[in-house]
Every structure is written in structure tokens, then in C-alpha cells.
Design a protein around this ligand. Structure first.
Ligand code: CDT
Length: 333
């Protein structure tokens, strides 16, 4: 018996700085309607899907960036997404910038900012929330860069771990779903933490520039060709899916946004690591795939049967250490 769910990556073309939320939400609702016509049961939108990728814009006073953030979900501006989900009977994944008034680890409540994603059931209930853990870029204005990448300025490191939930979706009465956001996809640790919770579907959104400014601004760093940027993105998602026997939907923002190019190339990947659908434009574009979740079984009962084959006693460094430690130097006798 197969367990088939029809999935979509709803890639968004550029969102310029001046485009109002209402216009973006309208574009997203149109993608949901197209998805529904194609029999889709779950739609995955990109990271920070409601606005331009604002971490490229510097504000001396962080509070001046607050208008890019959502204070509640749903809100009057995002309610049409929730309404479309229940009208069309489809779930959705949404990335957005979140302001939360919550206590920190010391128990003190203050205004906290996160790069967040939620998974919403067709009924409109939020099933799962994730806050981005691996924040790339820098916290201060960097005069050496043509384009800033200020995620470390605007966001705190996510405090929810990498959660997975088992919930009904589409015709399936239970599927294990987890999330990560953009740069997380390059970290095998993130995939494995989801894998260790039996994840069957990983959803992630991304905003990735065609040019690696980090490489360009570091003295002596090698040039990274644009085609390798896409290759590394796909390599990471395909490896993560294969090594954890899970489907993955990786959805991009694409095209020239505020004068900066995002490379797009959204994909849906199966548990063998194969790309089963890929976006080819830099516009709003829907790609879909009928995914049989029984395909997750092969990997997890053979090569990646974690219970039988993992050796955590040999992996201590993964959690005990952050940066690399130089190995002992060979001294010839
Ligand atoms: N949004 C995001 O995480 N983008 C990064 C680009 C990093 S370049 C400083 C990514 O890994 O795709």
C-alpha cells in the first residue's frame, strides 16, 4: 500500500522593498489556488516570504527594522493565507520574521526577534513552529561588502531546536514533518537531528544570493562560481534527504530583488536523494510532485537503520566541540 501526498514548492519571484504585504500575500494566495487545481495537499513557501530579504539593508537602530516583522500569526495581513488554506483544504509552510515578547533563558521577558517558519494545517491551526538556528552573515555594517547580510544583527539564534511533529496531512493520517531554514540546510547536524526523530518530510525555504559575498570579502578566499552556488545548495538538500531517508522540499525566493540576484532553483527531493521536481524560472512558480512516503522505508531499514548502525560513542566531538581543533603533527622518527 502506498502513502501518497502531493507536495508543492511555491517559489516566489523577487519582492521589492516597496511591495506591500497585501500584494505579496495576494501572489501567495494565487499560488495556493494553482496548487489546489493541481491536486496539491501541502504547499511550501520560502524563508522570509512576506517581504524583501531585508537583512541586506542596514539600520543603525534595530527597531527601525521592526516593520519587516510579524507580531502575530495570523494577522489581518496574513489572514488571507489561512483563509485560502481552509477554503482549498491544503496545508502550508511559511517563513517570516517574528517579533515575540517572551522570556529568555534568564526568565526575563523582552522583545525578541527570530527568523521563523510555521507549518499550518488546512484547518488553519499552527502545527509546528521553528526558529532558524544557523544564522549566516554578520552583525555590524561591513564596508567591504557590496551587499550586507545582517541576519546576525536582526535575529537571535532559534531556541526551539529542530522539532518534528506527526500529524495528518492530505489523505495521510500521519506523517512526520520537520523544518529548517535556508543556511541550516548546509549543516548535516540539522538534518540528523530531524532524522533522529523519524522525519519523513523536511520543509525549508531559502534566500540565497548568486554571488558569495563572504568569499568575495575575505582576503585570499577563492572565487565561487554561480553554478557552484546552485550545486552546493542542491548537494546539501539531496545529501540530507538521502542520509536521513526523507523527502525534502526546498523553496527559494528568486530573481533580482532590490538590485541583488537570488538564484532560485527550488527543488523537491525523494529519500534516494533524487530531484523529482525543479523550478526553472526566477518568477513565482509552482513545482509539484506526487510523493509516496513508503519510499522512506528502504533507507531507514537498510543503510540508514540508525538503531542498528549508528555509533554515537564515536561522535562525541559533534556536541562537545564547536570549531575545529588541529590534529597532532606527524614527526618523522
Ligand atoms: N538566508 C540564508 O541563510 N542565506 C545563506 C546565504 C549566506 S551568504 C552570507 C545560505 O546559506 O544560503
Amino acid at each position: 500500500m502506498s502513502r501518497i501526498l502531493t507536495l508543492a514548492a511555491a517559489q516566489l519571484g523577487p519582492i521589492q522593498k516597496t511591495e506591500p504585504r497585501a500584494s505579496v500575500v495576494d501572489r501567495m494566495v494565487r499560488l495556493m489556488e494553482r496548487a489546489h487545481q493541481r491536486g496539491v495537499e501541502l504547499v511550501v513557501f520560502p524563508e522570509l516570504a512576506l517581504t524583501t530579504f531585508f537583512p541586506r539593508h542596514y539600520h543603525e537602530d534595530i527597531a527601525e527594522a521592526d516593520h519587516w516583522f510579524e507580531r502575530s500569526m495570523p494577522s489581518p495581513e496574513t489572514a488571507p493565507l489561512f483563509a485560502a488554506a481552509s477554503r482549498l483544504g491544503i496545508g502550508f509552510h511559511l517563513g517570516y520574521a517574528e517579533i515575540a515578547h517572551e522570556p529568555d533563558v534568564a526568565g526575563i521577558a523582552w522583545k525578541r526577534r527570530f527568523n521563523t517558519a510555521i507549518l499550518v494545517a488546512p484547518c488553519g491551526q499552527i502545527l509546528l513552529k521553528y526558529r532558524k538556528v544557523h544564522l549566516p552573515g554578520h552583525a555590524e555594517f561591513d564596508p567591504a561588502r557590496h551587499v550586507q547580510h545582517l541576519e546576525k544583527r536582526y535575529f537571535e539564534v532559534g531556541d526551539l531546536g529542530f522539532p518534528v511533529i506527526r500529524a495528518p496531512m492530505g489523505k495521510l493520517d500521519g506523517i512526520n514533518m520537520g523544518m529548517m531554514i535556508c543556511n541550516d540546510r548546509r549543516w548535516p547536524e540539522a538534518w540528523r537531528v530531524l532524522g533522529l526523530q523519524g522525519v519523513e518530510l523536511v520543509m525549508l525555504g531559502y534566500n540565497t544570493p548568486t554571488t558569495n559575498q563572504d568569499a568575495a570579502t575575505q582576503t585570499g578566499a577563492a572565487f565561487e562560481a554561480p553554478h557552484l552556488r546552485v550545486f552546493h545548495s542542491h548537494l546539501s538538500v539531496q545529501a540530507g534527504a538521502y542520509q536521513n531517508a526523507t523527502f525534502a522540499v526546498a523553496t527559494a525566493k528568486a530573481g533580482i530583488e532590490d538590485g541583488c540576484e537570488l538564484f532560485g532553483h527550488s527543488i523537491i527531493v525523494n529519500p534516494q536523494g533524487e530531484i523529482v521536481a525543479q523550478a526553472t524560472s526566477r518568477e513565482d512558480e509552482l513545482i509539484t510532485a506526487d510523493c509516496d512516503f513508503d519510499q522512506c522505508r528502504l533507507g531507514r531499514t537498510t543503510i540508514f537503520d540508525f538503531e542498528r548502525h549508528r555509533r554515537p560513542e564515536a561522535y562525541r566531538r559533534i556536541v562537545d566541540q564547536i570549531g575545529a581543533i588541529s590534529p597532532p603533527v606527524f614527526i618523522p622518527r
